[in-house]
Design a protein. Structure first.
Length: 240
């Protein structure tokens, strides 16, 4: 039985648009988790991506909309249900598994989760790290949300994708806090300060969270601005 195919099929049949597998050895070497020993029992991570609705993203201007905030929460909830199902499936095959929800913060000061969904997604071939630090999927651009499952199941890892941002600076030009430094990379960045004036981004999302109907530290402007996302599919909103 090809366990990797079993899990990927389950994920796509239950709403994932993209799913990939990352080898956790580089993350363990970098002590890239909170808590630091979180990854010890596991060998691989599954990255699961769901696409955001184009019409909702296209209506973002220089700040998030209440419609986007509601959609953001809805997709996060759908992702969390999906990875719970993946965990149940893995446990049924007598392996260990641990879900990392779409939007759980472990370090409120630095806005860090248990592990970076974006870093896992890059290693799992979901997309490359863009100049906004978001994952840029070849089909949907950054118009995706991510969740992660850690496991010791012997899966087949996918390969990272080549960075295709090139000289494009649309996300940097659109950023309402001038947080994006417009720095290129061939593979990945050494840290988010190389890419972002992170304090600018954090302050702006805190400001946006107080807007009527928002209630979350979100922005979405760089998501809207990316040319890859603008070339993506159109159609009816996703129902989760």
């Amino acid at each position: 039985m090809n366990l990797t195919a079993v899990l990927k099929t389950y994920a796509t049949e239950h709403g994932a648009d993209f799913v990939g597998v990352a080898d956790l050895r580089p993350f363990k070497a970098a002590k890239f988790s909170l808590p630091e020993d979180l990854l010890d029992p596991y060998s691989h991570a599954m990255s699961v991506a769901m696409g955001l609705d184009n019409e909702i993203i296209n209506r973002i201007t220089d700040h998030p909309t209440p419609e986007y905030a509601e959609h953001y929460r809805s997709i996060n909830s759908a992702l969390d249900r999906l990875i719970s199902g993946l965990v149940h499936l893995i446990l049924g095959h007598h392996y260990q598994a641990h879900p990392i929800p779409a939007s759980r913060i472990m370090d409120g000061k630095n806005l860090l989760g248990s592990i970076s969904h974006k870093a896992v997604a890059r290693m799992a071939g979901i997309g490359w790290q863009g100049k906004s630090l978001l994952i840029i999927n070849p089909e949907l651009g950054p118009r995706i949300r991510l969740a992660t499952v850690l496991t010791d199941m012997p899966l087949e890892p996918d390969a990272p994708l080549k960075n295709r941002c090139g000289k494009c600076a649309e996300c940097a030009k659109a950023c309402p806090s001038s947080a994006i430094r417009n720095v290129s990379t061939e593979s990945h960045y050494s840290g988010r300060e190389e890419v972002l004036h992170f304090s600018n981004c954090a302050a702006k999302t805190l400001e946006f969270s107080a807007l009527p109907g928002i209630g979350a530290r979100i922005c979405g402007v760089c998501v809207m601005a990316c040319p890859f996302g603008k070339k993506s599919r159109s159609g009816s909103p996703k129902v989760r």
